[in-house]
Design a protein around this ligand. Structure first.
Ligand code: ATP
Length: 324
């Protein structure tokens, strides 16, 4: 392998730049060329490429977002689009591809690899932490810190007015952000799609919480939560059924995707990226690099895209115990 292409795809996540930087520099270290592909698979289809050297990635380890930009590409989902993508790779003499993104991006990379025999590697980059084969995805830790900062601030106003806040956080179909940030920010209840608490138990729990003398309550709601109501309807329902509460709703939104990556995410991105490049140079292909028991490990991409990573049920128990 003489030239490796790198792209970021799907939702952006803090720490993607740290990964790009580490990939470029690992290539240089091993005397391999590195080429940046802009706007994910769309840039691959359009040939939006630029060679990257180690000094092109100065001062980006601390920056959120991705300097390569990201996109969702419908064209790449067509056989014709992927053929164009492959032709562009050939034209630039790119021998292998590293894709930083989520499971959708890995699926696209795998299909390209099968059709045209181009080695690919996946690096998990998403705040949702919903990928199999890694305990942490790049961006998850930063997003958690962003969420607990925001919830701490909401707590200040909630306790001043003795209010109940429903705070919706991101996570797609997964409850990892809600569960971990919920524990970290001391939420009274955490609603995640993986465990259906049920409306009755929620009302019961909030009643108990009020009786126990709490001056404010925070309920963290995962965006993919499936109690059959959106977060505003949920707030209204609770206010109607528990008149003792004054309810407010806050949707944190895209702020969760931004900001300087945490040290954990920078280190994680650096470790995974070195491994991704070196795995390709060893002649292996179609793996995702991930963190398993604090070690960088490989998982075949085919397995990594099979469903989402499970929730740690022990965390739910911890939350239940300490929110008494
Ligand atoms: P996130 O979880 O942050 O949204 P993701 O990688 O799962 O990240 P997707 O939007 O699912 O995000 O996928 C990103 C891109 O990957 C798509 O826009 C498309 O270009 C490509 N892709 C996804 N699925 C396929 C597929 N089945 N075939 C070809 N390309 C695909």
């Amino acid at each position: 392998i003489k030239k490796i292409g790198v792209l970021t795809s799907g939702g952006d996540a803090p720490g993607m730049n740290a990964a790009i930087r580490a990939i470029v520099r690992t290539c240089t270290y091993h005397h391999v060329e590195c080429i940046g592909i802009f706007r994910g698979f769309q840039g691959l289809v359009e040939g939006d490429f630029e060679p990257f050297g180690p000094r092109d990635v100065n001062y980006i380890i601390n920056k959120g977002g991705t300097i390569l930009k990201t996109a969702r590409s419908e064209t790449f989902k067509t056989a014709e689009g992927r053929k164009k993508a492959y032709e562009n790779l050939k034209k630039e003499a790119v021998d292998a591809l590293i894709v930083i993104g989520g499971d959708g991006s890995f699926t696209g990379a795998m299909i390209l690899s099968k059709e045209f025999d181009i080695p690919v590697m996946g690096i998990p980059g998403t705040i949702d932490n919903d990928i199999r084969g890694t305990s942490h995805t790049i961006g998850f830790d930063t997003a958690l810190n962003t969420v607990i900062d925001a919830v701490d601030k909401i707590r200040d106003t909630a306790s001043s007015h003795k209010r109940l806040f429903f705070v919706e956080v991101m996570g797609r179909d997964a409850g990892h952000i809600a569960l971990n940030a919920g524990i970290g920010a001391g939420a009274e209840e955490i609603l995640i799609p993986e465990e259906n608490l049920g409306m009755d138990r929620l009302l019961e729990s909030l009643k108990k919480s009020k009786k126990s003398g709490k001056s404010s309550s925070i309920v963290l709601v995962a965006e993919g939560e499936k109690l059959g109501k959106n977060v505003f309807e949920l707030g209204e329902y609770v206010e109607q059924n528990l008149p003792e509460y004054e309810v407010r709703v806050s949707v944190l939104g895209h702020m969760q995707r931004g900001g300087a990556p945490s040290c954990f995410d920078r280190v994680l991105a650096s470790r995974l990226s070195v491994k991704a490049v070196e795995t390709l140079l060893e002649g292996k292909k179609n793996y995702m690099v991930g963190l398993i028991n604090d070690k960088v490990e490989l998982t075949p991409l085919e397995q990594a895209v099979k469903g989402h990573s499970p929730i740690d049920m022990e965390l739910l128990r911890v939350s239940d115990i300490i929110s008494i």
